[in-house]
Design a protein around this ligand. Structure first.
Ligand code: SAM
Length: 503
């Protein structure tokens, strides 16, 4: 039996014997093995300390410490020594911890890893360790703390940890903050808790304290309200947070964000790498917000083309009516006429020499010609087999812009432009890439209707902030592939793909 299993069984045996009220009173909800391993794996990932000091401040039967040791011993480069510090308030759990210590010692011995394990019976928040607030070299804290409200005035724990108290404190937040203070720059910290600390007003001081000592680098949200601890059917929404001790250099960190319904789908959780600045608000409230789900993105955007002064129109040149202006070959006074065939995914090819691709520009035809400047040109019709619903290209953005002051756009094309103004190159390129992206494709596919995306649908499409569109335009290459588009759009929007969390 693995050490995690051993701790799990001991923990279950204990909680099975408790009445619900009793269990609640000390917050005795044990972590299931799959979650314990999930927490530990990311905690020790790329940890290189020679002496791994593991703190489980609310140990229960020690499942989180057990999972951490198992992960460390499974690595090709093991630490030279493992030192554990386990705190538990309830004396009834001490025999389970003693037994686990025995198993841990044996496991370390057979891996030739030095070992020490202290089990402290008492209140972690009143311990010398917690009150000293002194960082411990190489510390790895892993915790599922108790949660219940404390009386701010009467409970000495609230007074002694007042640096993390603002309004009515919850004991779990004091555990988080107390452990954050102990985390040195090379240390790691991982907690599974209810979500309320991330944005609740009463947790403001806790968040400020956490951010003083830690840099968050991972978050996992359980979406279902019951599954996080399905065995105990705890009704709070749970979140796991991973962090490192704060160091001098903190530039450009991103947070690996995952979410799952519960335990069963942990390994296929959705993964997003989100810039830390998008998660943690840069003001005195220091709130943390979970990134939107990919499908929620559009719901969060209120802008449309109109917001940015943009319009979508259909190419004004109707071939049979404009017959007398259309030419097979270039001649004096003609300008390019773009047909559907000239518009490829993210590039314009003209001339193709198969079409009547020139049009006479004169006073009579002027009304059906458009200004030769940056815009997004797209096919109105595309075969069902096309990989994306939208096939479009940024026009007029490259140095080899087509000649002439005006050009012709045939009626099978739509184009997006700024009436009474001019689109910038980055707007056109960003919008073109965005429209061809998987994110937008999924959105259009999710809407009922024909396979063609028409002007009305484009007008209704919710858009991200203009600065985001421009950033996509700046980062994208001249004729990007769909893979490049998805990589850039996902990175700028902070959305991810489904991937193996365990990888
Ligand atoms: C939510 S359980 C988690 C147990 C175990 N770490 C796990 O993940 O399964 C919290 C544990 O902390 C203990 N506890 C409660 N208050 C405590 C305190 N002030 N100091 C230390 N342990 C405490 C409880 O008895 C319980 O065993």
């Amino acid at each position: 039996m693995s050490l995690v299993e051993q701790a799990h069984r001991a923990g279950r045996a204990f909680t099975d014997g408790l009445a619900r009220d009793e269990q609640k009173e000390l917050g005795q909800f044990m972590t299931p093995p799959a979650i314990a391993r999930f927490m530990a794996r990311r905690l020790v990932q790329d940890y290189e300390g020679r002496v791994a000091r593991i703190l489980e401040p609310a140990a229960g039967a020690g499942i989180l410490a057990a999972a951490t040791v198992e992960e460390l011993l499974a690595r090709p480069t093991k630490p030279e020594r493992v030192e554990l510090l386990l705190f538990e308030y309830d004396a009834r759990l001490l025999p389970a911890l003693e037994q686990l210590r025995h198993g841990l010692r044996e496991a370390c011995a057979s891996a030739r890893v030095g070992f020490d394990c202290k089990i402290e019976h008492g209140d972690f928040l009143l311990s010398h360790t917690a009150l000293s607030g002194t960082p411990i070299n190489g510390l790895l804290t892993i915790a599922n703390p108790p949660f219940f409200k404390l009386n701010k005035a009467a409970d000495e724990r609230a007074t002694l940890h007042s640096y993390a108290v603002y309004g009515q404190p919850n004991i779990y937040a004091l555990f988080m903050a107390a452990c954050a203070r102990l985390t040195p720059p090379d240390g790691r910290w991982c907690f599974i808790t209810p979500r309320s600390w991330m944005s609740g007003t009463y947790f403001k001081a806790t968040r400020q304290s956490l951010l003083r000592h830690l840099t968050f680098d991972g978050l996992h949200a359980f979406e279902s309200r019951t599954e996080g601890f399905e065995e105990d059917s705890v009704l709070q929404e749970t979140v796991i947070a991973w962090a490192r001790g704060r160091s001098q250099v903190e530039a450009g960190t991103s947070i690996l964000f995952t979410r799952s319904q519960g335990v069963a789908d942990l390994d296929s959780a959705e993964v997003q790498a989100v810039p830390a600045t998008r998660v943690v608000s840069n003001d005195e409230h220091a709130m943390l917000s979970l990134p939107h789900r990919q499908e929620d993105l559009f719901a969060g955007w209120t802008a449309t083309l109109k917001t940015y002064g943009l319009e979508v129109s259909t190419g004004p040149v109707v071939a049979f009516r404009a017959k007398k202006f259309i030419r097979e070959t270039a001649e004096r006074g003609t300008v390019p006429l773009l047909w559907l065939q000239h518009v490829r995914q993210q590039s314009i090819r003209w001339p193709v020499q198969k079409k009547r691709e020139h049009i006479l520009a004169n006073a009579e035809s002027a009304w059906m010609l458009v200004r030769n400047e940056p815009m997004v040109v797209m096919r109105r019709f595309s075969p069902k087999e096309d990989e994306r619903r939208v096939t479009c290209a940024a026009y007029g953005c490259s140095p080899d812009r087509l000649p002439g002051d005006v050009i012709g756009l045939e009626n099978h094309l739509n184009y997006i432009y700024r009436p009474g103004g001019r689109m910038t190159v980055f707007e056109a390129r960003g919008l073109s890439a965005f429209l061809a992206s998987k994110v937008v494709d999924d959105h259009f596919r999710g809407l009922a209707g024909s396979t063609q995306v028409n002007a009305t649908e484009l007008r209704k499409l919710p858009l991200p902030p203009l600065a985001v569109i421009e950033e996509i335009g700046e980062r994208i290459s001249m004729s990007p592939t769909l893979a490049e588009i998805d990589a850039v759009v996902n990175a700028v929007l902070g959305v991810g793909k489904r991937a193996q969390v365990a990888a």
